[in-house]
Design a protein around this ligand. Structure first.
Ligand SMILES: Nc1ncnc2c1ncn2[C@@H]1O[C@H](COP(=O)(O)OP(=O)(O)OP(=O)(O)O)[C@@H](O)[C@H]1O
Ligand SMILES: [Mg+2]
Length: 256
């Protein structure tokens, strides 16, 4: 285990192939008279294929960091560079397309579409990306199997357990093989046994597919499964704890 305060070198043990990079990232929410400095200058790099857990007390800025890094919420200052491209220098349409092709999202409350079946939820990102329906269905069914949901494709989300619903959300986030997967408390709504099963799945996919994972969590058990834990406090990164180097498959590259 290595402890570091330098976000630019903390991931370097895993290689020099940076996929996410930000310097002096700041976000101020301006809610009328009250201004909240949610991010006060974050320096942070993530290596291709690295799994990073972001931890810290409620309100310290974890979700804000994830949203600014992933293009959901524009920062007040600082640049976000993903695979060599400056996210907020792109036009809106180009950024939306770039995000759809290179990023997957997993949230605490699954965010599945209730009227669609499991396989229809999973194939949606492929159809949006213009993949032909027959090909999309084939890929979605394979991903449903990979997520441990064989034979469940025709069910609606409401017919599944919480853990199974999160598996559907994971399959949907990963079906178009994004190079980066953002997770905001992916196990926050699950019991500890189901949490471990979901982490087994995420770690397996991270290792096999070489995708970078940035994962916000309140759980020390989840943090222990990551390559590195980034500890935040009051809008700043307090320290990086590197858990050790693990072997992994070839990392995914963004193509556009
Ligand atoms: N849309 C918003 N408008 C105004 N203030 C906001 C907004 N979103 C977040 N904040 C504030 O920014 C700070 C950081 O919030 P954030 O949601 O990033 O925290 P968090 O670390 O994810 O917390 P939690 O663990 O509870 O999810 C908090 O003080 C919060 O109240
Ligand atoms: Mg949050």
């Amino acid at each position: 285990m290595t402890i570091s305060n330098d976000g630019k070198t903390a991931g370097a043990e895993l290689g020099e192939d940076v996929i996410i990079s930000t310097s002096n990232l700041q976000k101020t929410y301006d809610a009328g008279e009250v201004k909240v400095n949610a991010l006060k200058g974050i320096d942070f790099d993530v290596q291709r294929g690295e799994m990073v857990a972001v931890m810290g007390p409620s309100g310290c800025g974890k979700t804000t960091l994830l949203n600014c890094l992933s293009g959901i919420d524009e920062p007040t200052a600082g640049e976000v560079v993903i695979d060599g491209k400056s996210l907020y220098k792109m036009r809106d349409g180009a950024r939306t397309e770039f995000r759809a092709n290179s990023m997957g999202f997993i949230f605490q409350f699954f965010n599945l579409l209730p009227v669609l079946s499991v396989v229809e939820n999973v194939e949606l990102p492929l159809l949006v990306a213009g993949v032909k329906p027959r090909e999309a269905r084939k890929k979605a069914l394979a991903m449903v199997d990979m997520a441990g949901l064989s034979g469940q494709g025709a069910k609606r989300p409401a017919e599944l357990s919480g853990g199974q619903q999160q598996r559907v959300a994971i399959a949907r986030a990963l079906v178009n093989e994004p190079a980066i997967v953002w997770c905001d408390e992916p196990t926050g709504n699950l019991d500890s046994e189901t949490q471990n099963e979901i982490m087994d799945l995420l770690c397996k996919l991270n290792k096999e597919k070489g995708q970078a994972f940035v994962l916000v969590t309140h759980s020390g058990e989840v943090g222990a499964r990551a390559d590195r834990v980034v500890k935040m406090r009051d809008g700043l990164i307090e320290k990086h704890v590197t858990n050790g180097v693990k072997s992994r498959g070839e990392a995914v590259r963004i193509t556009d």
